[in-house]
Structures are given as structure tokens and as C-alpha cells.
Design a protein around this ligand. Sequence first.
Ligand SMILES: Cc1cc2nc3c(=O)[nH]c(=O)nc-3n(C[C@H](O)[C@H](O)[C@H](O)COP(=O)(O)OP(=O)(O)OC[C@H]3O[C@@H](n4cnc5c(N)ncnc54)[C@H](O)[C@@H]3O)c2cc1C
Length: 478
Amino acid sequence: MNKASLVSRLSKAIGAAYVVHRPEDLVVYERDAFLVGRALPDVVVLPRTTEEVAACVRLARAAGMPIVARGAGTGLNGGSIPIRGGMIVALTRMDRIVEVDAVDRTALVEAGVANAELTSHVAHLGLFFAPDPGSQVASTIGGNIGNNAGGMHCLSYGVTTNHVLACEVVDADGNVFWAGSAATDAPGLDLPGLLCGSEGTIGIVTRAIVRLMRRREAVRTVLAIYRSFDEASRTVSQIVATGILPQAMEMMDEEGVRAVESQYSLGLPADGAAVLLLEVESTASAADRAMNELRAICAAHGAAELRIASNEKERHDLWKARKHFGGALGHLAPSNYVQDGVVPRHQLPAILARIREIGRRHQLRIANVFHAGDGNLHPVILFDPREPGMTEKVVRAGEEILKACVDAGGTVTGEHGVGIEKREYLGWMFDDATLNVMRRLRDRLASRGTMNPDKKLPIGSHEPFSYATAAMLGETST
Ligand SMILES: Cc1cc2nc3c(=O)[nH]c(=O)nc-3n(C[C@H](O)[C@H](O)[C@H](O)COP(=O)(O)OP(=O)(O)OC[C@H]3O[C@@H](n4cnc5c(N)ncnc54)[C@H](O)[C@@H]3O)c2cc1C
């Protein structure tokens, strides 16, 4: 089938307005938030129903095209970039919250519902959807499932996989099936577990039944400011050792503090070496008790200042520093490359020293923010892609950082997933026998060439990734 005939058949199936095929319109879909790669699809479809998704998949298969599922395109690993061309199935028109069960605390939602939209929708019931990636205003439930997204409160609530009971899926042949069940303890293989984090390589999630959490009676928040990063890290280890599990334990290094302060003037000290944000949620008395203990641990480990929120506005103000981190970096450099590694918590000071050494050696500026409670770090490399050779240098430095995480006993991703970016790094963590089991499983469910090809698992080459990187180098600006 040629492209004109495919476009005509797709238009009949879902309406011509929802089939994007002109080169100037396709450009919108050439990237996600992985700012060092891009590639054009041949066609993009915006179906409204599961049946329409299935019809599009069948037509793509008949045309021999690879298929890439896309939510909001906020992914940071190039997962929704169509590196082999083909059809992007964008789920953003499937944005209905179909049903909320306030008693059993579940919701049936379409895959294109934005994460924060679901929480707003159920807020009047005292409920919320726990996974809260920094992108939650835009990122979709389908994309959260694709990447098994985490977030700032996932330390105690768990990541997306802990909140998905069942998914409706369109497979690589255009068949529709349900994985999992609304009933707890569903028997059979854990298919929702397999789909969470599969990055669109197995099928397209069209609807999901997700768990909702009940808001706790009280929230207590404290921001601790340190003159030494090591003291802040030791505080984190001590908190974990005492058995207190804050809902959030976020940390920012000196460069991060300076970046936020220079843009938003939040009153953070210019010589602050780290800030630690702690939040507990519980009954009022239990939250107060935990907060008193946390404050004592911070003080005992050298916190120079503690700022405690006494009302919702003050809490919001304390979170500003953390939530404005990404925006602040946008003011400092034309582009940035966000990394996502994990180390055992006690390794935080050592990995920070290593990241600084890598930054110095490559003459790169790197700011760091951490989901400190689970040792998940996000070094952000600031750069200008217009400088010749800069993008390659940045990617090399990112690779060295991740290798250092693995050498320290950690992993190459805490929550952003693998995509094209980290595909080849999986060999640092898994032997061939293990990787082959993963490949066989994927290929039985969707052969390598069909659903999001050459993502998630090693192919033994950086080729498509290098290609995407090279394409970027000719640019004048991002
Ligand atoms: C500012 C910013 C902050 C971020 N903060 C966090 C954070 O705190 N925690 C975190 O985990 N991530 C974070 N991210 C990364 C990203 O937002 C998440 O991975 C998010 O889940 C992606 O959702 P999306 O809808 O944008 O998906 P996309 O980027 O469109 O897709 C992501 C992956 O999922 C697949 N996919 C998309 N929809 C479906 C579907 N319906 N069925 C099957 N596969 C699908 C895609 O093929 C792709 O591989 C952040 C990103 C940004 C830009």
C-alpha cells in the first residue's frame, strides 16, 4: 500500500481531520522532551476510540509500517520518537474519565487523560492519583504506564505499576484485550506489570483501571538548608534508618539552589550547598510526631536553617524551589539534557563528587536534583547545541554519569525509562541470557519491527540514536 492510499483508508476509518500527513504538520511529532534526538514519522493518527486505534494499527500493519504510541510527548528518553519512521498513534483525543468508583477507589480512564486532570477530577471526593511526575499537568496516563512513571511522592506511594489494576490494550495485530482486572489479587500472569514500563513495545494501552488514594488528614512540610551536601545526604540516610517514611524527600545541590534563586528570588542562601524538602502525610497527631522527629534529625546533622510550613500557602511556597527547578534551568542555557540514574542512598555524596569531576573534565555545567529517599538522581547538563561537537560531548558525559551509577551498585534509570537513549546501557546490568528472555517475550507479543521498534532493549548499535543526534547538530536553536 502506498502512502496516499494509506492516508485515504485511515481518513475513512477515523476522519480526515485526524490523519496528519503533510511534512510541515508532521514536524510537530518529530521529538519528545529528549532534546538531543528527533525523527519524522510518515503519518500520525489521532483516534478517539479503542476501535479506531485498532483500525489504524491494522492499516499500519497492512502497509508494513512500524507503530509508535504517543501520549503528550514529555518522555525524556526518546521513547515516542519514530526512529524508523512509520505511524504515530497519538492518544491525546482519548481523554475521557469514563467512571469513578469512590467506594472502591478506582477510576476507568482513557489513555490520553492527563495525570493531573484525573487528580483534579476526583479531588472533591478526597481522592487522588498518586504517581505525580514533574510533567503531570501534561503527561498522560498511557505515557505514565508506558514509562512506569514515578514522581515526587512515589517514595511511599510507589510508582505507576503500583496503581494500575488493569489495561485495555490494542496488540500489534489490531486485536483488543484486557490485561488484569478491577478485582484485587487477579489470578493469571501479571500482564499489567508487564505493560507498565514496556514503552509501547508490546501494545497500545487505550484505557486503564487505576487505583485512587485517599487524602490524609494532615500534611506537614519542612525545607532544610545545608552548608554541606554530605550533611544533607547523611540526614537522608539517618531518616531512612529510623524507619520514618516521608511521602516526599527531595534534594537539590548548590548549582540547583543557585539556579532557582537567581530566577525566582525565593530567599534561599547563595552559599547553600543543598536543600532538603521533607513532607509527611498522616493523621494530624502522627504527622506532627513524625515532623518533630524529622526536624530533630535535620538539626542533628547540621541543617543551617529549617523552614516549616504552617499553612497551605507556606507549603506551596516551600515546594516552589523544587517545582521551579526545571523552569529555572531554562533561563540558564539554550538547552539541557536531563539524566536519571539511581545509586544506593549512602552513595549520594560519592556520586555527586563523581558527577562534578565529569562536569569539570568535559567543561560542562551540571545542576542536580534528587528524589533522595530512593537514591534517584537527576543531573541536568546545561548546554548550547549550536556549539559544534557540544551535543556529542553532552551525551558522552551523560553516559559516563550512568556508568558511574551502575558501578556504584545502582541502575541506569529510576523513572524516565530506557527508550533509544539507554537501550545499549542495559548490557551493563543484564547478561545476554536475561536480555534474550526479554527479547523473546517481546517478540512473541509484538515482533521487534512492529511496535516502537529498536527501543527499550539493546540492538547492539547506537546507530539510530547517533543519527538523531547528528540531525540535531545542524540546528541554530532549540
Ligand atoms: C519537566 C518534566 C518533568 C518530568 N518529571 C518526571 C518525573 O518526576 N517522573 C517521571 O517518571 N517522569 C518524569 N518526566 C518524564 C515523562 O513526563 C514521563 O515519562 C511521562 O510518563 C511521559 O508521559 P507522556 O504522556 O508524555 O508519554 P510520551 O512521552 O508520549 O511516551 C512515553 C513512552 O510511553 C509510550 N506510550 C505513550 N502512550 C502509550 C500508550 N497509550 N500505550 C503504550 N505506550 C504508550 C511511548 O511510546 C513512549 O515510549 C518528566 C518530563 C518532563 C518534561
